[in-house]
Design a protein around this ligand. Sequence first.
Ligand code: NAG
Ligand code: NAG
Ligand code: NAG
Ligand code: NAG
Ligand code: NAG
Ligand code: NAG
Length: 360
Amino acid sequence: MALTASLLLSGRRVQSPTSSHHRPTTSWTAILVVLACLVCHTMAATADAIEPMETLVMDSRTPLQEGGGWVMLSNDDMELRKMKRAPADPQVTTTFQIAVSTVTQASTTTTVPASPLPSPLDGGLSSNFTSNEEGETPCPGFINSFLTDPLFKQCYPLSLLLQGSRSFFNAEKSLVSITQVLDASCAPNATFCNNYMSDLSKNLTKPENCGNDFALGNSIVRDAYMAMVAYAPLYSVGCLKDPATSMYCYANAITNLSNPSNVYFYYLPLNISLPGSTVPSCSSCLQQTMNVFQAATANRKQPIANTYGSAASQVNTICGPAFVNQTLVSELVVGAGLRSRPLAWTASMVPLLAVLPWLL
Ligand SMILES: *[C@@H]1O[C@H](CO)[C@@H](O)[C@H](O)[C@H]1NC(C)=O
Ligand SMILES: *[C@@H]1O[C@H](CO)[C@@H](O)[C@H](O)[C@H]1NC(C)=O
Ligand SMILES: *[C@@H]1O[C@H](CO)[C@@H](O)[C@H](O)[C@H]1NC(C)=O
Ligand SMILES: *[C@@H]1O[C@H](CO)[C@@H](O)[C@H](O)[C@H]1NC(C)=O
Ligand SMILES: *[C@@H]1O[C@H](CO)[C@@H](O)[C@H](O)[C@H]1NC(C)=O
Ligand SMILES: *[C@@H]1O[C@H](CO)[C@@H](O)[C@H](O)[C@H]1NC(C)=O
């Protein structure tokens, strides 16, 4: 119980022993019951967040392909291209590349220059945006306005950094700077930020903002939308640390040149399935990450519910049949009547609040 609970209660620091691959079934069930109680009061607010989405077009904008030191994985890339191609629109190029940086491990005595943190969507909004009847192009203005919103900056979502940020890819080359990025994205109140991102995703897809571009499949808008929806699961796994080293799991994955596969898992909440050739390191980080993802599948509207099952089965093929639990947790269906129920009910359960963002 303590093992599972410590995982559930903290997005940042998990101290479960790596040796235990079998979680007690009863404990897990008990936790889920608790989660079920909590989530039904909070889930309604974001339950319809993802409805406008029909197809996902992954488009690696130029920043993803720039920057020295990135290793391109052509087989995986080809698979992803095939999976993500939008047949209706031959003009859309569907390239998606996950690259792994070279490690520039700073010695502990090196002074770190106070460089600004990477920003999301800093590659320029050169995309083809639509005009409305008045001849205005509202979407870039909307994007720029949320990017400068102090609340957005405070939330500093890892999910949006993953979806396209030139400066983030540069930061990933250094263990020091990626750690600073993760410190910043794990610092804010995830419950607040999840609500904020959920609201923002709804605003994004309004016709007066980026709704028309979203409907036309504009890749910047669609990627941003998906990242807003997937804020919570990516917050949770981005803040996990390897219990043996106290290093962020994500920093381990992105700086491990000998095995780039572990990076792919961070794209599962963004509806990007694992390439078939993925051979993960069977680490406790991977196990914790998949446990978080499994819990997040309770909301079937999260893209992770679509990508988890096959990813878990791929993991177990390599790591052993019980390494992660391949079964999606039961769906938590929210009745419309719960929509207006106050969140105050859960606020008294302070330690459990950390759990909520995953499931929204
Ligand atoms: C996720 O991707 C699948 C195809 O892999 C697609 O059918 C589904 O609609 C996508 N879900 C979202 C929310 O975009
Ligand atoms: C821009 O988008 C419009 C509407 O989606 C499309 O008709 C046009 O061909 C696009 N132009 C370019 C250069 O992609
Ligand atoms: C986090 O934000 C939520 C929602 O805004 C709020 O109810 C809660 O009190 C906050 N928690 C902390 C520790 O500030
Ligand atoms: C969404 O739009 C509403 C109405 O314009 C605004 O009040 C709210 O602050 C916006 N939410 C976010 C997260 O930007
Ligand atoms: C990097 O990947 C290799 C191969 O999977 C693994 O043995 C090693 O432990 C990893 N290193 C770190 C620091 O995670
Ligand atoms: C796997 O997860 C499912 C769904 O939550 C649960 O019913 C089952 O007991 C779990 N299996 C194990 C071995 O923990």
